[in-house]
Design a protein around this ligand. Sequence first.
Ligand code: PBG
Ligand code: ZN
Length: 334
Amino acid sequence: MEFPTTRMRRLRKNAKIRDIVRETKLQKEDLIYPIYFKEELQAMQKEEISSLPGEFRYSLDAGVEFAKQLENKGLKSIIVFGIPKEETKDEIASPDYSATGIVQKAIRKLKKETNLVIISDVCLCQYTSHGHCGMIKENDDTDDGIEILNDESLPYIAKVALSHAEAGADIVAPSDMMDGRVAAIRQTLDDEGYENVMIMSYSAKYASAFYEPFRVAACSSPHLGDRKSYQMDPGNAIEAIRECELDVIEGADFLMVKPALPYLDVVRMVRDEFMLPLVAYNVSGEYSMIMAAIEKGYLTERAISESLISIKRAGADLIITNFAPYLLLNDVIE
Ligand code: PBG
Ligand code: ZN
């Protein structure tokens, strides 16, 4: 039909009409909040993160209190990150799989005091003295003279996942990008009787500049070199399908694309190709660039919901985002 019979603007006439014809809506159930627990902080202490305006590193008590506050406003799930004491870090990420580690404590307390779905980020970089997501050794044939070892890292990653499961995590989320880690984790969890703990794999995780604010927040930058030999090259989308395919074969329960906004085409491709629930990680840099623009007066807060709805429209079922408190505490979404 053509003009004047068809008038597209009829469906945009007023808010009532727009509300009932909207194809994609952001819901509370879609949000996963990344929360950062810092071992050094005591009692109700929290410290603002300079690279993530409005976001904090929390002590155990303060973080769980904030999680409860968000739960009261409708939050359903949370992903837990730990920032251990600097002096406890070593070559083999020991504080990462200690039963009394900061993440293990946080998971136990959240499990006891909330009804949230508890997801734990599984990686070594916040706990290794060198800041890489795996074990390392010298190798002249690499960009930086060090090789990030694959197979040698798997038992450590599986150990971390197991310790999180033992603490009560519902879902473990490996973010290291080593080959075969989903299979290694699945095997270990099953052997130890945690066959119902789910794996949310950071399937297509790119070597992105948009993680910078997080690395400042978590003190997890590699001391030497970068992560390009294990995280994906930003030019590749087809390769993301191969990564997801392997994760499915290895037993992942959720797939993930990370970052989200610069990779919406990848989100859509993965959505169309696979039947698993799909998570998109709206990473720290995506948060901070909008927050900075709002602070400067270049953008208004409307940019927040618009960028998140674009991620859902691209095909994500769930979105990990630092914007969750803004959306929930200000009743921006129902
Ligand atoms: C650790 C990890 C990172 C993020 C989540 N888990 C950083 C990295 O890979 O360097 C990024 C989160 C964010 O930027 O919000 N592997
Ligand atoms: Zn890592």
